[in-house]
Design a protein around this ligand. Structure first.
Ligand code: PEP
Ligand code: MN
Length: 339
């Protein structure tokens, strides 16, 4: 249940509404937005007297909330959440965030070179996997801790914040020290132990990818796990879902961007690379994502896609990325955003 306060309510009226909610046995979360102040009830609201609450002079409206996610719900928090990524970049505001870099960190020259190139093209952050979730145990698994060190070198060279994937709770402390944004991959979206610990044990923003076969509600419930643990900084990432179609690696669900922007206040970025699996589709799908209202993009960029150790077919070159950024800028202006 949420209580929406009237414009210009007094502090006494606010107290009155809070006390009436507490009398019904719930905890009250106050969310002060630029336009609206909302009181969210935490716990079982069955004993709260809704009719009486609605009569209070400072109260505009009382709403029952049927969605099972609360902290991620826009009803509790009407304003868009803007999340700082470090080094002056943010996601969720007017300015789009473009995260770019290789699927995996492969060597010092590769990651530093790509970082410099995407920075010059206007990227906001660097991606690169050090721990890779591969379908085959015989495929390249990532450079692991060495990969994290190389990402730090790339950060020193460019000052771009680092986005990289965590696969196990055992590395949370290490990631806390050397990563700016912690990515939870599609395959771990429902690793509830990992989500709980990322909620409790880190204050770093979490980029939460949508699971391969997850519904929008399941995805928001995973965000809720992190937020319920105490970390409110969740960035949602639509990366395509499994459908019957086999031409593309996945099917990019752009309607999910609109749905999630309506249901939640959290920022949403789109990953066209994993969605399509084809480098030639990345630019157009990036533009479509911005047109649909995404707050940013996460794109795989490799200096030598043909010889990449992972996901070469969907990786674009730094030159292609630079061209894409120009077009993303044009599209951003069309929808009242900027890069
Ligand atoms: C990745 O970002 O490299 C990755 C493995 O993505 P996903 O979890 O979306 O498959
Ligand atoms: Mn990849």
């Amino acid at each position: 249940m949420v209580v929406i306060m009237k414009q210009g309510f007094t502090p006494e009226q606010l107290q009155e509404a809070i006390l009436a909610m507490k009398a019904g046995g719930v905890k009250v979360n106050i969310s002060k937005g630029s336009e609206t102040t909302v009181l969210g009830a935490e716990g079982n609201a069955a004993k709260v007297d809704l009719e009486m609450l609605e009569q209070l002079p400072g109260v505009e409206r009382v709403m029952r909330v049927s969605e099972p996610y609360k902290k991620a719900n826009r009803k509790y928090h009407p304003d868009d959440t803007v999340i700082d990524l470090g080094n002056g970049t943010a996601v969720g505001g007017k300015k789009l965030a473009v995260i770019a870099g290789p699927c995996s960190v492969e060597s010092e020259s590769q990651i530093v070179g790509v970082a410099q190139a995407v920075k010059a093209a206007g990227a906001s952050a660097l991606r690169g996997g050090a721990f890779k979730p591969r379908t085959s145990p015989y495929a390249f698994q990532g450079l692991e801790c060495e990969g994290l060190k190389l990402l730090q070198e790339a950060k020193e060279a460019t000052s771009l914040p680092i986005v990289t994937e965590i696969m196990s709770t055992e590395y949370i402390e290490l990631f806390e020290e050397c990563v700016d944004v912690i990515q939870v991959g599609a395959r771990n979206m429902q690793n509830f132990d990992l989500l709980k610990k990322l909620g409790k044990c880190t204050t770093k923003p979490i980029l939460l990818k949508r699971g391969l076969s997850s519904t929008i509600e399941e995805w928001l419930m995973s965000a809720e796990y992190i937020m319920a643990g105490g970390n409110q900084k969740v960035i949602l990432c639509e990366r395509g879902i499994r459908t019957f179609e086999t031409f593309t690696r996945n099917t990019l669900d752009l309607s999910a961007v609109l749905a999630v922007k309506q249901l939640s206040h959290l920022p949403v970025v789109v990953d066209p690379s994993h969605a399509c699996g084809k480098a030639w589709m990345v630019e157009r799908m990036s533009l479509a994502a911005i047109a649909a209202g995404a707050d940013g993009l996460i794109i795989e960029v490799h200096n030598d896609p043909k010889n990449a150790l992972c996901d070469g077919a969907q990786s674009i070159t730094p030159e292609q990325f630079s061209q894409l950024m120009g077009k993303v800028g044009d599209m951003a202006r069309c929808v009242g955003r900027e890069v």
